[in-house]
Every structure is written in structure tokens, then in C-alpha cells.
Write a protein that binds this ligand. Structure first.
Ligand code: ADP
Ligand code: MG
Length: 251
């Protein structure tokens, strides 16, 4: 579903991604862990082309995200409408919930289908109601973001991303901004999605969640993927000293 091939990305003088290779199969849940500043967010942002990469390539569901190759072999950047078309198929949930503050939970979830996909309002409303009940918020449909807890807002944000019927969900530290007692309710929603077979790439510091839900765990440090493995292997017998050191500090 997602292939990153030798992805390099610099911001000015700083090389943030250094030859990253990653594959995510359909239905797979891949969790990315690693220290702050290691390039985790940048990698996610490159996958849905919120950031352009310098070289390498990213393929999403058979379609090039970053560069496409013309018949003569010339590489040209993917841009404009092609980027929007790809991005619509990729749901993204950030640390901050980014809901529209002047809209109810229901309107937040309806917005994408109505304005981007052209779904009729009645149908979008039914879809949004279903998604809000899926994330346990059927009774909050008419609440505004300011009337919801952080955990509830994040669940609305997940419902809003799902409303676009994405092929993949990307989560960037979805619980890092939450009070500890609200983390579980958000992780449970993500676990449910995993059990339904959603393809997901999740950046998180929640190691218990990673162990339980990940098919594979990827450890990043200083712009590189240092080690990849099933959770049992990464958490119980990490091969690389940097993985060991990181885990000994966070667990
Ligand atoms: P992580 O998510 O693992 O904490 P990031 O991908 O956010 O790491 O950042 C990796 C590095 O890239 C950091 O050093 C960060 O300061 C830098 N960085 C991220 N975004 C930008 C940007 N837009 N401009 C300049 N530097 C950036
Ligand atoms: Mg980050």
C-alpha cells in the first residue's frame, strides 16, 4: 500500500531523512518509534505530500506520490491536482486535533464528504452519525470542539478522517497532547480500526499500544530506519544498541 524508496529530505542544511526505505502492506499496522527529532513526522508528512522529498520515491497504492517517470525516463515532481487526489485517499490525524472550532462535531465530520467529494448533505449526515457512533460519540454530534475533552476531540478528528473513506490512516502522536486518563479512549478507537483491517502507520510513544497492535515496529533515529521487526522482537530483544538505549529510556 505504501512504499518509500531511498527517501531523502533536507530542510536547508539539515538532512532529516537519510535514505529511508519502508513498506506497508495492505491491512498492516506499522508503528514508528524513535527519539524526538528523528524524522518521524517528516516521514509521515512526505507520504501524503505535505512535504516534497528531495530524491528517492514514495509509491501509494501503485501511484507515485513524489516523482513520476515520463516514457523517456525523465523524472518530474507530482503536483497540483494529482497531489490532492492522492491526499484524499490518505487519512491523517495529528497530535493537535485541528477541528474547525465554529462547527459542531457532526459538521466537522460532514465537511470533507460534502465539500471535497460532493456527497449529498443527507447522506453525509448519515455517514457522519455512523462514524461518530463508531468512535463512541453519538451523543456529542451537536457539541462544539470547545465543549469536548481532548480525547473526544481527537476521536472526532479520527471520525473526520474516516469520513473520506481513506485507504490508509496516518497517525502522528495522536495521544501526545492528551491528559493521561484520556489516552486509552483514543487508543481503543485506533485498535478497533486495526482489527477491522485498516492499513495504518502510527507514530507513538505508547509502547504498550505498539506491542499490542503493531504488526511491525520501526525504530527511527537521526533520519534513518535503524531497525524493523515484530513487536516481540523489538521490545524483547532489540538488535541495535541505539534501539536498546531508546527503549531503556522510555519503558
Ligand atoms: P520527529 O517527528 O521524529 O520528532 P521531525 O520529523 O518533526 O521529527 O523533525 C526532524 C528534524 O527536522 C528536526 O530536527 C526538526 O527540527 C526538523 N524540521 C522539521 N520540520 C522542519 C521544517 N519545516 N523546517 C526546518 N526544519 C524542520
Ligand atoms: Mg513528530
Amino acid at each position: 500500500m505504501i512504499t518509500a524508496q531511498n527517501v531523502n529530505k533536507t530542510f536547508g542544511q539539515l538532512q532529516v531523512l537519510k535514505g529511508v526505505n519502508l513498506e506497508v502492506q495492505q491491512g498492516e499496522v506499522v508503528v514508528i518509534i524513535g527519539p524526538s527529532g528523528s524524522g518521524k513526522s517528516t516521514l509521515l508528512r512526505c507520504i501524503n505530500h505535505l512535504e516534497a522529498i528531495d530524491d528517492g520515491n514514495i509509491i501509494f497504492d501503485g501511484q507515485p506520490v513524489a516523482f513520476k517517470e515520463l516514457p523517456g525516463g525523465k523524472r518530474i515532481p507530482v503536483k497540483g491536482n494529482e497531489v490532492y487526489r492522492l491526499r484524499r485517499q490518505i487519512g491523517m490525524v495529528f497530535q493537535r486535533f485541528n477541528l474547525f472550532p465554529h462547527m459542531t462535531a457532526l459538521s466537522n465530520v460532514m465537511e470533507g464528504p460534502v465539500t471535497v467529494l460532493g456527497v449529498a448533505k443527507g447522506e453525509a449526515r448519515r455517514l457522519a452519525e455512523n462514524l461518530l457512533s463508531k468512535v463512541g460519540l453519538a451523543n456529542k454530534a451537536n457539541s462544539y470542539p470547545s465543549q469536548l475533552s481532548g480525547g473526544q476531540q481527537q476521536r472526532v478528528a479520527i471520525a473526520r478522517a474516516l469520513a473520506m473513506n481513506p485507504k490508509v490512516m496516518l497517525f502522528d502522536e495522536p495521544t501526545s497532547a492528551l491528559d493521561p486518563e484520556l489516552v486509552g479512549e483514543v487508543l481503543n478507537v485506533i485498535k478497533d480500526l486495526a482489527s477491522e483491517g485498516m492499513t495504518m502507520l502510527v507514530v507513538t510513544h505508547e509502547m504498550g499500544f505498539a506491542r499490542e497492535v503493531a504488526d511491525r515496529v520501526v525504530f527511527m533515529d537521526e533520519g534513518r530506519i535503524i531497525e524493523t521487526g515484530v513487536p516481540e522482537q523489538i521490545f524483547s530483544s532489540p538488535k541495535h544498541p541505539r534501539t536498546r538505549e531508546f527503549l531503556s529510556n522510555v519503558i
